[in-house]
Ligand binder design. Structure first.
Ligand code: TYD
Length: 227
């Protein structure tokens, strides 16, 4: 994977369906904007050229083989990053980019239907991806997530929104976090089961470290997060 070409920072929110990523991303953006930063909030799957193929699958309007789906998510991601005016251009121009889901989602969700060799292929597809400055994993019990989804949109559940599936997805997330941390990626696990304001305060407190770490060499930046 590739370093952020910024001066802008790349912040990612990850978690199970119902974990609160879509609630927290705009709140954090607002706080960053109050600090005078230019912030772009965006999400995957995108409404872009490859992303449009994914939504009908999630709504169960057609079935896709796991490899095809994984390739579509990767294509959507690369388009998200590298389309003209996309995430990479914005980071270069000094904008802070806040992403609701990114490649951890592929390793957690697409891993459900892929074997080890196929996962390695997915890893290769992600070679051009930009490494976030920090990824927040909002961790909440599956039951809490499902209750939130039911309360928010009682009419339907999307394809992955089932207790047995989300339990496996959560385990995949925790595994991939260990693996990415070994590659020195900065991933912060946040207790997402708390009230919205408490989770937000925790995320903001940790995001402050990005301001403090700006001028430090990478090893010292990593040490800051561990304090
Ligand atoms: P989500 O982000 O929860 O949006 P919404 O609230 O509109 O449903 O839904 C996206 C779904 O897509 C979610 O179940 C996770 C899944 N997904 C993957 O399987 N792989 C990926 O790479 C990404 C980005 C998402």
């Amino acid at each position: 994977m590739q370093p952020n070409p910024g001066p802008g920072k790349l912040i990612v929110m990850e978690g199970l369906d119902g974990s609160g990523t879509s609630t927290q991303a705009p709140r954090l953006a607002q706080w960053l904007r109050h600090r005078g930063l230019r912030v772009y909030v965006t999400r995957e799957p995108t409404p872009g050229a490859a992303g449009v193929f994914i939504r009908p699958f999630l709504a169960r309007r057609f079935a896709l083989d796991g490899k095809t789906l994984a390739a579509l998510f990767s294509a959507d991601r690369l388009d998200h990053l590298y389309a003209p005016g996309g995430v990479a251009d914005r980071l270069r121009a000094g904008e802070w980019v806040l992403m609701d889901r990114y490649y951890l989602s592929s390793f957690a969700y697409q891993a459900l239907s892929l074997d080890a060799a196929e996962l390695q292929w997915i890893d290769h597809l992600h070679a051009p991806c930009l490494i976030p400055d920090v990824t927040f994993f909002l961790d909440a019990p599956v039951r809490v997530c499902l209750d939130r989804i039911a309360a928010g949109r009682a009419s339907h559940f999307e394809i992955f929104e089932r207790e047995d599936i989300l339990k496996r997805v959560r385990r995949n997330y925790l595994d991939v976090i260990v693996w990415l941390r070994q590659q020195r990626q900065q991933i912060q696990v946040v207790d997402g089961s708390r009230p919205i304001a408490d989770v937000g305060a925790d995320v903001r407190k940790r995001t402050r470290l990005l301001f403090d770490s700006n001028a430090l060499p990478p090893v010292e930046q990593a040490a800051l997060w561990e304090r």
